[in-house]
Design a binder for this molecule. Structure first.
Ligand SMILES: [Zn+2]
Length: 215
C-alpha cells in the first residue's frame, strides 16, 4: 500500500504491505478457504485506504466477537470480575475465519488486537478506543451527534430507587462507562458509518449533561 499511518502513540509508521498469506485451515466451522486472495486483498485495501485510524478500531471491534464462559457471564451479571479466559471469534465479511488469516490479512499484530480488546485503561487512565481528536473537540460536536449520544443514554437500563422519595434514577449496576462506550462504538458504526467516532470521555460528558443525577 505504501500509505503512511500513525500508531497509537502518534508516531508515523511505514506503509503496510499486503502479505499474500494463506492458511491451510480444514476445520469445518472455519470458512478461511472460501476467500480468494483477491477478496482478502480488497479487505486490506479497504482497511488502510478507506478507514480513518479511529474507524479501523471500530471496524476491528466489529469483526471480533469475544465469547465469555457461562461461569464468567454469571459473575458479570453479579457485578463480579470475570475469572475464566474468554475466547474470540474472528469474522471477515461475516464469515468465521481463524486468527492467523485475520491478522495476516490486515498485516496487524496479535498484540494490537489484545490491546484493543482489553477492557483495562491505559496507565494514565485513558479508555481503549480513544479518539485523540475527539478530546479536543468535545464541545464542538454537531447537534445530530449529540442527540445520537443522548439517545443511547436514554436507552440504557435505569431504575428509580425504592429507598428514596426523590426522583433520582440510577444506572444498572452492571453498566460501566467501558460498556456504554462499546455500545456507542457499535451503534455509531452501524447507524452512521461516515461519522468520526468521539472518545469515551466525550460520550460520558454528554450523557452526564443529560442525566446529571445518574451515577
Ligand atoms: Zn484459517
Amino acid at each position: 500500500m505504501g500509505l503512511e499511518h500513525s500508531n497509537r502513540k502518534g508516531r508515523k509508521m511505514n506503509g503496510k504491505v499486503f502479505l499474500n498469506f494463506r492458511c491451510d485451515c480444514q476445520k469445518s466451522h472455519l470458512e478461511c478457504q472460501d476467500f480468494t486472495m483477491t477478496e482478502l486483498k480488497s479487505y486490506f485495501t479497504y482497511y488502510y485506504d478507506k478507514l480513518t485510524p479511529t474507524a479501523r478500531i471500530v471496524f476491528l471491534h466489529n469483526c471480533i466477537e469475544v465469547v465469555e464462559t457461562k461461569a464468567n457471564l454469571d459473575r458479570i451479571a453479579k457485578g463480579q470480575e470475570p475469572k475464566d479466559r474468554s475466547s474470540r471469534i474472528y469474522y471477515l465479511d461475516g464469515r468465521h475465519v481463524c486468527q492467523q488469516l485475520f491478522i495476516k490479512t490486515f498485516n496487524i499484530s496479535l498484540s494490537k488486537i489484545n490491546y484493543l480488546l482489553t477492557n483495562k485503561q491505559t496507565a494514565d487512565g485513558r479508555p481503549i478506543a480513544i479518539d485523540y481528536r475527539g478530546l479536543n473537540t468535545n464541545l464542538k460536536l454537531d447537534r445530530e451527534h449529540v442527540n445520537f449520544i443522548e439517545q443511547i443514554g436514554m436507552g440504557l437500563p435505569q431504575y428509580k430507587s425504592h429507598f428514596t422519595s426523590k426522583s433520582v434514577k440510577y444506572w444498572h449496576s452492571m453498566l460501566t462507562w467501558t460498556i456504554v462506550f462499546q455500545l456507542y462504538l457499535e451503534k455509531v458504526s452501524s447507524d452512521h458509518p461516515d461519522w468520526m467516532p468521539v472518545s469515551s470521555k466525550t460520550v460520558q460528558h454528554y450523557i452526564k449533561l443529560r442525566f446529571p443525577k445518574v451515577k
